[in-house]
Design a protein around this ligand. Structure first.
Ligand SMILES: [Zn+2]
Length: 473
């Protein structure tokens, strides 16, 4: 009786049901995850890991607590997670679905058009979206922020929402840019140059019609003399976005452009400051703007590995990467010599040994210590950075800045929920949140590598296994 009463109370608290009669009334499925060590990344180390029962009804968590006071509702499906760990679904706050991660996806960086025309690559990426959605879930990533792409990005968001096996997707449209990228323009370009405030506002208005989650500016440093003029263009874009209630995300990888971006109203810095140590003015602006800071430490190295023919999949990428992309990463070996650009040939003859940038690591440490919310983001889709398991490379790099596994996990969940603009709905294991959960076979607070060992992934109450998702590709 007590159990039935509990179920009714728990569900009535979260669902607007009249005359509720049990877990399966109205077709709502109830799942109880029992025996797991539940990780609460928003808490400090002493209280972050606790043995608890989690009850899910429909797409939401309806109860979390000690087994003694959290009975399993009658008729619930029970998942025995004894000896396992339960974390909130991971959030990658910086991805691009118009890019695949293979060698052909950025012809403005290296043009392999003789071997693989860019048109074919883009058509492949569009057709492959259902599989790309699945590799994210298989890696335990239940939400991603696509921070810029062609106008078809908005259709991609619709497709993700309509698909049962897809992460939640927040999206920005074409990048409002200080430079041109003609190689990427097939009629629906991902990057559009705006030289004046008027051009920037016109582009932002066109995007606002599609209800973007962000307006994104690609603020590429050209010269110190140009900077003040560029800042005015960024501010015009930001003001137009803010007037519509949409936040401004900015790509700015130098201290000077990052500060100019924040003066212009940036809410989200999507990369590290890479060129010099951040200073007090940076920190003042970051706090004033309540900035989110995404380090994207691996993405540069991904290009270096891939373009020198030294890219090798990690153990997690072998299991959880899209097999089409993994196969294509070996193409440099098969390609006829005349299809390989000169710059690539030089890199192959003298391959670099990439490491995370020292300045970027030091800046991540300082930003974290100053209490500025850091979000985990891979920039997935760029050459050498895979959708899905690319997150495990990025999280390992973040630990090299001295962040603990718990701090990295907080970046990839609690803080990521802010980048998704869903901080009340995702990012924590708490009553009322969406049931976006990952069951792990190994302790994620012992090592971030253990985050790649999921046995079950739940998104909005729906259960998946990584193996099942990968087999279905
Ligand atoms: Zn990016």
């Amino acid at each position: 009786m007590k159990i039935a009463h509990f179920a009714a109370a728990a569900l009535a608290a979260s669902l607007p049901l009249a005359g509720f009669g049990g877990p399966h009334a109205m077709g709502i499925s109830v799942t109880a995850i029992v025996g797991a060590t539940v990780i609460h990344p928003e808490r400090d180390a002493a209280t972050a890991a606790v043995p608890e029962t989690v009850i899910v009804a429909g797409d939401r968590i309806v109860a979390v607590g000690p087994a003694s006071s959290t009975p399993v509702p009658r008729g619930a499906k029970v998942i025995d997670a004894k000896g396992k760990w339960l974390i909130p679904g991971l959030i990658d706050s910086h991805v691009h679905f118009f890019q695949s991660g293979n060698l052909y996806t950025r012809p403005d960086g290296a043009d392999f058009g003789k071997y693989m025309p860019y048109e074919k690559e883009v058509a492949r990426n569009k057709a492959r979206l259902p599989a790309t959605f699945k590799v994210w879930l298989a890696s335990g990533v239940t939400s991603v922020v696509d921070i810029g792409g062609p106008m078809w990005n908005f259709d991609m968001r619709d497709a993700a929402r309509a698909s049962p096996a897809a992460p939640r997707v927040a999206v920005a449209g074409p990048l409002v840019s200080s430079v041109d990228r003609v190689a990427l323009d097939l009629g629906d370009p991902p990057i559009i140059k705006a030289s004046t405030p008027e051009e920037a506002v016109a582009l932002v208005r066109r995007e606002l019609a599609r209800k973007p989650d962000y307006i994104k500016v690609w603020f590429v440093f050209t010269s110190a003399g140009d900077l003040p003029k560029q800042e005015i263009v960024v501010k015009a874009a930001g003001d137009a976005a803010h007037a519509a209630g949409v936040p401004l995300a900015v790509h700015a990888t130098e201290l000077a452009t990052a500060k100019a971006a924040m003066r212009a109203g940036a809410d989200y810095l999507v990369h590290s400051v890479e060129d010099e140590p951040i200073d007090d003015e940076f920190l003042r602006l970051a706090k004033k703007n309540h900035i989110l800071y995404c380090p994207t430490l691996f993405v540069i190295n991904g290009y270096q590995y891939a373009f020198s023919g030294t890219w090798k999949p990690t153990e997690a990428e072998k299991r959880l990467g899209d097999p089409q992309i993994l196969a294509a990463m070996d193409d440099l070996r098969k390609m006829p010599g005349d299809a390989i650009p000169d710059g690539i040939r030089k890199l192959m003859a003298n391959p670099p040994h990439p490491e995370p940038g020292k300045v970027s690591l030091a800046n991540l440490r300082r930003v974290w210590d100053e209490g500025i919310p850091v979000v985990m983001g891979t920039d997935a889709g760029n050459v050498g950075t895979l959708h899905g398991p690319g997150v495990f490379r990025e999280m390992e790099y973040m630990t090299r800045a001295g962040l603990t596994p718990l701090e990295v996990l907080r970046s990839a969940t609690t803080n990521g929920a802010r980048a998704m603009r869903m901080e009340r709905d995702i990012g924590a294991i708490a009553k009322g949140r969406y049931a976006d959960l990952v069951i792990l076979d190994a302790d994620p607070l012992a090592s971030v590598d253990n985050l790649s060992h999921a046995s079950l992934v739940m998104k909005g109450g729906k259960l998946f296994t990584p193996e099942g998702l990968m087999k279905s590709l």
